[in-house]
Design a protein around this ligand. Structure first.
Ligand SMILES: C[S@@+](CC[C@H](N)C(=O)[O-])C[C@H]1O[C@@H](n2cnc3c(N)ncnc32)[C@H](O)[C@@H]1O
Length: 350
């Protein structure tokens, strides 16, 4: 049975998710991509859609409508629309993954809002909830709900659906815990995808933290030699436990990324999430760290090798690559991540 689905992800990485959808669920058809969302139709089972690794959440589309008023009348429109929508197909799909505890199922609504409305996301959620009660008579249970309905209001556009995933990608996958600056697993996967790992041999993440990138790489591309290292013993302890949890074949090493114990030209891929200098560290520390780090990455990368680096230090990083005699930037992709706007750099060793 073909369903219309939408997945959420870090805005800027829609191209990766579109490619992953077609690769992993080949019977799918891409319908649209919007900032942080990809829409597609698919015959895949709900369980199979959860195999998508570049996404935060997976949903069955219930309805979308443009022209929602930004004033109080908008809330009336939202409730009227929700009461006219059949949420049962999405609820049945969700039950294939998390069977209902009661029949009829309990539900909750999570609302998201961006734009210039006179009301908030909680108002949107409440009105959608009222519509669902009017239509289906399901009881609300905010804690141990059977069905999660989502409502995204973006400017005047309302999108409603049923969520199939229970937790977002920061907590969902292979985590015994998260560190100070742990990356979303979905973004880690997308960075690996951009590194074109199918034909690669070895991947190094010289600042691996909780090993999110090495774990995604080793699980998805088991032919790779994957090495992760970090200076922090605490992060490496977390990395070890995360790697053990999944059985991913990752070698971990405590090191300083400015002096890697790796031979010149010995790896063909580096994928790393560099210190942003925000939650941990500072711009000043990065000014000291980045020059030797970039030089060292250039040393261990083999000619023709590719580095995929995520950073908020755009000026600093670009200046260093521009000055490097061996590295050059092939592509830059701006993304949205937890309220910040870092960039992904694809850097080739000449
Ligand atoms: C942005 S975090 C990486 C987070 C990681 N991707 C994850 O998901 O947990 C940057 C990491 O760089 C490490 N780091 C900072 N300076 C370093 C250095 N000189 N050598 C090695 N690692 C360093 C920090 O300990 C931190 O874990």
């Amino acid at each position: 049975m073909s369903r219309e689905l939408f997945v959420t992800l870090s805005a800027g990485l829609e191209e990766v998710t579109g490619q992953e959808v077609i690769w992993r669920l080949p019977d799918s058809r891409l319908l649209a991509a919007d900032s942080g969302k990809v829409f597609f139709s698919s015959d895949a089972s709900p369980e199979d859609t959860l195999g998508l690794r570049s996404v935060n959440h997976v949903h069955v589309v219930a309805a979308h409508l443009d022209g929602i008023d930004s004033g109080a009348q908008g809330l009336e429109q939202i409730e009227a629309l929700a009461s006219a929508v059949d949420f049962l197909p999405g609820a049945f799909a969700s039950a294939e993954i998390n069977p209902w505890k009661t029949d009829p199922p309990t539900f909750r609504v999570t609302g998201y809002r961006s734009g210039e409305q006179e009301y908030g996301s909680m108002d949107v959620a409440a009105r959608v909830g009222a519509g669902v009660v009017a239509r289906h008579g399901w009881p609300v249970d905010l804690e141990s709900y059977d069905v999660e309905i989502v409502a995204y209001l973006t400017d005047d556009r309302l999108l409603m659906g049923t969520r199939l995933t229970r937790e977002g990608s920061l907590h969902r996958r292979h985590r015994v815990g998260v560190g100070k600056s742990t990356l979303k697993a979905s973004v880690a996967f997308s960075l690996c995808w951009l590194a074109d790992l199918h034909g690669a041999q070895a991947l190094v993440d010289p600042l691996c933290g909780a090993a999110t990138i090495p774990t995604e790489a080793a699980l998805q591309w088991p032919h790779l030699d994957v090495i992760g290292g970090d200076r922090s013993a605490d992060e490496l302890d977390l990395a070890r436990r995360n790697v053990e949890l999944t059985g991913a074949a990752v070698s971990l090493c405590r090191w300083d990324c400015r002096e890697l114990p790796l031979a010149r030209s010995s790896v063909d891929r580096i994928v790393s999430d560099l210190p942003f200098g925000r939650r941990v560290g500072s711009h000043q520390k990065n000014v000291h760290l980045y020059p030797r780090m970039v030089r060292e990455m250039g040393r261990v990368l083999e000619p023709g090798g590719l580095m995929v680096a995520l950073t908020l230090e755009r000026k600093l990083f670009t200046r260093l690559i521009d000055r490097s005699p061996v590295l050059h930037i092939e592509r830059v992709i701006g993304i949205s991540l937890s309220g910040l706007r870092p960039s992904v750099y694809l850097v080739r060793r000449g």
